[in-house]
Design a protein around this ligand. Structure first.
Ligand SMILES: Cc1cc2nc3c(=O)[nH]c(=O)nc-3n(C[C@H](O)[C@H](O)[C@H](O)COP(=O)(O)O)c2cc1C
Length: 320
């Protein structure tokens, strides 16, 4: 029920290769401000949610006082772009961000909102799922319809009505992330039965009913709070200090300059945990991935992955 998305093994393997030589991995994170203006900046990849790759949820940390935080509260759509220089691979991801901060955490629903719409979009893909069950392969390369074949598949998926709407940060998200307290075997058992169900079902109504019954519990408020603390504890002393500095982006005055200096010299009279109130974790819930492998020797390949329902993804091979 919670399983690696088909893009995740290539992405994780690229992360590992890059980390052999680099201390950290940075990526470009973009959103739009309230005037619709695009905003891009460098951020550091902080691993996967709950330190569990199978959530497929990517983390970075930020200051609650930053512009991006304020903007994401109103419109949580994002694009993130990772380029792995050693492998010549790019992963471009779109989806919705959610934050874990003081009193705010992601609200996850599985198949509760717009359930009919989600089910009917999945129904369109019924043939794909059937062909998957016939071929027995885990992640088929689906053939787009002729109408789609000349369109740019990545844009096709993110420009549809559901995705194009602004989504405030406190809107519930339909995404499969199971509470870390659920034992691994139970997660696996549910995943296996869901897979079986999707492959062997006779009707969508039946699959839908069974799917809803199988729903496992999402993380609790306490688990979100400890995830924020886990991420804070991973930060270096210097990185923690930035959260107690004066308002990011505000005009530098003499007074602020003195404060910055005392923080840098560790003589500002605060403890190492101060600044935590400004610390937020941004969770990237990915819906579409555009993976470009420029490889070596001109053998380029490009895949687009779209999340259907729950953690069911569809893979398209597209022209590079
Ligand atoms: C190498 C590098 C890594 C950075 N990592 C982060 C990060 O993880 N989180 C973050 O909020 N800002 C990070 N920044 C700073 C942002 O790029 C940006 O300048 C700052 O967050 C303000 O952006 P905003 O005003 O759009 O919110 C990083 C900058 C650099 C150069």
């Amino acid at each position: 029920m919670q399983s690696l998305a088909p893009w995740n093994p290539s992405f994780s393997s690229a992360l590992s290769t890059e980390l052999e030589k680099s201390r950290f991995i940075s990526f470009n994170f973009s959103n739009t401000n309230e005037h619709g203006w695009p905003s891009t900046r460098t951020c550091v990849f902080r691993g996967f949610l709950f330190n569990d790759r199978s959530t497929n949820v990517i983390l970075f940390t930020t200051d609650k006082r930053s512009a991006k935080y304020r903007e994401l509260l109103k419109d949580s759509r994002f694009e993130a772009c990772f380029y792995f220089t050693r492998l010549n691979k790019q992963f471009r991801m779109r989806g919705h961000a959610r934050v874990i901060s003081d009193g705010l955490y992601p609200e996850l629903h599985i198949m509760e909102r717009d359930e009919e719409a989600v089910m009917s979009s999945a129904e369109d893909d019924d043939e794909t799922i059937k062909s998957r069950s016939q071929s027995g392969s885990g992640s088929p390369i689906a053939t787009p319809t002729p109408e789609q074949s000349d369109a740019t598949v990545f844009d096709l998926f993110t420009d549809n009505l559901e995705q194009a709407n602004r989504k405030p940060i406190n809107d519930p998200l339909e995404y499969v992330v199971i509470s870390p307290s659920v034992p691994e075997q139970e997660k696996d058992a549910s995943f296996t039965s869901l897979q079986d169900m999707m492959q062997n079902r006779h009707s969508f109504q039946q699959a839908k009913k069974e799917y809803l019954q199988l729903r496992l519990k999402p993380p609790t408020t306490e688990e979100w709070a400890s995830e924020r603390l886990r991420c804070w504890n991973m930060m270096s002393r210097n990185a923690k200090k930035t959260f107690k500095k004066p308002m990011p982006g505000s005009l530098l005055t003499e007074e602020k300059s003195k404060l910055l200096d005392s923080i840098d010299r560790n003589v500002d009279g605060t403890t190492s945990s101060s600044g935590y109130e400004n610390f937020a974790v941004v969770c990237l819930f990915v819906d579409v991935v555009d993976y470009l492998d420029l490889g070596a020797g001109g053998a380029d390949s490009r895949y687009v992955y779209k999340r259907l329902i729950g953690d069911d993804w569809k893979e398209y091979q597209v022209c590079p």
